[in-house]
Ligand binder design. Structure first.
Ligand SMILES: *Cc1c(COP(=O)(O)O)cnc(C)c1O
Length: 386
């Protein structure tokens, strides 16, 4: 179906930060398949892990124990707030699991009327019916009404509006610590902490969408760690499988109390091949020094981007974001910047609010920053002259 508009280049292979198209042209990949290829293309450890697992067992169903799934779950629990994990195949499915968990939780504690989930303007939670109903973005919901019932939305960063919108039917607040699709908007850490307090005050579940900002992207395994809060439910996907399609819904024992045998399931979720990818990603990401290096590289990239933006005020208005999830605020249409960068051999991703998103693989090195800055500088010069 023509759901993706016109596409021009096709890639044949990738290596680290680079992609090579069918004509042999090399591109510096600062999109990483939209924050997915966290360890770069064809990372030797991931390739080896998948090749070895592929030769042994791809799939067997969750009717049986899957040791690799138990291992991945235990590692996610050991390194996060979570007590328990459900594995699925995508971000939207991880959010769906969280939404179902919220409803089931309140049913379990005898308050089934508290099924409503509050979301934040600018949210993107996926494209299934429930997740697009949660996000409420005009261009995502258009033509797909009626929406799934049970979602309310409040303005970004406004704590009073959020408190004022809580009713006896509210069960959870769902937010992205750094909004991605709407334009790389980090939430204030104070706001995130205040939302935790509100959840405690009103007995609500704090449900975070860390599908894009999690898995090391901001320099912590999950972005909420910067705020020092303990959420109740977190959805993960994108970087979690390093390019293999996976998702996971992490939760506390309390939030997941209603999720018992038979209440949820997935044919493919957490199958041996998928969890081999997750475990291989965790092998690398949990090594000492990996996350601090992401933070360091994020600072380096951001500093250099600020300088480029200052040099080209006719094209760029500034930089925002967190870690290696950065957005260039554009003066000219962001689509023109993305296209011009692509012509000059660098891949980026457009976002809302006239933003160009930079989401490089987390294994970025200073030489890649230099190369990106060179291409960006040249591209801005061309755009300013046009
Ligand atoms: C990508 C994304 C999703 C949806 O993930 P899919 O794997 O495409 O279903 C949900 N929330 C956020 C914040 C995302 O970035």
């Amino acid at each position: 179906m023509p759901t993706y508009g016109e596409r021009t280049i096709a890639f044949e292979r990738g290596e680290g930060l680079y992609l090579f198209d069918t004509e042999g042209r090399r591109y510096l990949d600062f999109g990483a398949g939209i924050a997915v290829v966290a360890l770069g293309h064809a990372h030797p450890h991931l390739v080896k892990a998948l090749q070895e697992q592929a030769a042994k067992l791809w799939h067997c169903s969750n009717l049986y124990r899957i040791p690799g799934q138990e291992k991945a779950g235990e590692r996610l629990v050991a390194n996060t707030f979570a007590d328990t994990v459900f594995f699925c195949n995508s971000g939207a499915e991880a959010i769906e699991c969280g939404i179902k968990m919220v409803r089931k939780h309140y049913d379990h504690v005898g308050q089934p009327e508290r099924y409503r989930v509050m979301t934040i303007e600018g949210a993107f939670h996926g494209r299934t019916l429930a997740t697009l109903s949660a996000g409420k973005q005009e261009k995502v919901i258009k033509g797909f009404e009626p929406l799934v019932e049970g979602f309310d939305q409040v303005p970004f960063g406004n704590l009073n509006a959020l408190k004022g919108a809580i009713t006896a039917e509210t069960g959870a607040i769902l937010l992205e610590p750094v909004q991605g699709e709407s334009g790389v908007k980090p939430m204030d850490l104070d706001y995130i902490r205040a939302v935790r307090d509100v959840c405690d005050e009103f007995g609500l579940l704090m449900f975070l969408d860390e599908i894009q900002c999690g898995m090391g992207r901001t320099g912590k395994l999950f972005a909420h760690e910067w705020a020092g809060v303990k959420p109740d439910i977190v959805a993960s996907a994108k970087g979690l499988g390093g390019g293999f399609p996976v998702g996971a819904c992490l939760a506390t024992e309390k939030a997941a109390a209603g999720m018992i045998a038979g209440s949820h399931g997935s044919t493919f979720g957490g199958n041996p091949l998928a969890v081999a990818a997750i475990n291989a990603v965790l092998d690398v990401m949990l090594q000492d020094g990996f996350l601090p290096q992401v933070e360091k590289m994020g600072k380096l990239l951001r500093d250099k981007l600020e300088t480029v933006a200052a040099r080209h005020p006719k094209v760029l208005a500034g930089v925002r974001g967190a870690g290696l999830m950065l957005g260039l605020r554009c003066v000219v249409p962001n689509g023109d910047v993305v296209a011009a960068l692509q012509r000059n051999g660098m891949l980026t991703v457009p976002a809302g609010d006239n933003i160009v998103r930079l989401l490089p693989p987390l294994v970025l090195e200073p030489q890649h920053v230099e190369e990106a800055i060179g291409i960006l500088d040249r591209t801005c010069m061309e755009l300013a002259a046009a």
